[in-house]
Design a protein around this ligand. Sequence first.
Ligand code: SAM
Length: 286
Amino acid sequence: MNAPGVLYVVATPIGNLDDISSRAVAILGQVALVAAEDTRHSGQLLARLGLQVPLLALHEHNEAGRAEALLARLAAGESVALVSDAGTPLISDPGYRLVLAARERGFTVTPVPGACAAIAALSVSGLPTNRFRFEGFLPARAGARRARLAELQACPDTLVFYEAVHRVGGMLADLIEAFGGDRRVCVARELTKLHESFYWGRLADVRAALAADPGGERGEFTLVVAGAPGAVARTPAGAGDLEHVMQVLLGELPAPQAARLAARLTGAPRREAYALALRFGAPPDS
Ligand code: SAM
């Protein structure tokens, strides 16, 4: 009997074709089948890479049904690559059900990492990166969007959103309504492409700058928004960071004392600091 095939989850570029890794090219060239969100789109990428590989459409509307057929190919010893239109599959893209099903059946699932708009935008945003929250697309309906933003208003982590081009202006307006105009934002437009540009600063200023830019509302957008201000002092690594402080104190003190001191130094609740100590493996009443 053949050894089972491997499911490769392969990242493709988000704009600049040179961002594909040589490993991704090798894997795409060696698999029996490429499962793609849009076979025409991915067919063009494969053609540019000089590869001829059979393609099978796997999108949100047929994923559940197609997963079975793909698992059967894996069982028969054929390896499959999953790609999406751009970036990393499963990140606001199809593939979750397939990966889950493959794991549940015990197949090997291997990432071939590469571009991801969220990570690319975050890495150049100038906003804290030690804790961030990927929100992807907010709900399209205005009420549901605003409700989600209201929930996020006090979130201390940097927030990363994807947004469809025709909604960017509305999204900034909603962000200002929910968070106020002073929060910092980095709007990353057309990452890695010819018209790559960034709008950086206060939400209110960035909204005005985008509205005034004739090309401003064209292309693909990722928005990175600062977390709630009260928490900012605790986020950078250093004396204000709870995790860092706890790590240092736990080297010298038992958990209860370390938690009490960490709470005083960082302003975090003592209970949070103590829970962190336990997570770091400190004995409860040492
Ligand atoms: N899986 C992809 C990834 O890894 O980034 C994301 C797919 S999601 C359907 C598409 C969204 O990602 C776009 O609407 C936009 O918000 C963001 N995006 C994709 N490419 C981008 C780019 N070149 N510049 C800025 N944002 C981009």
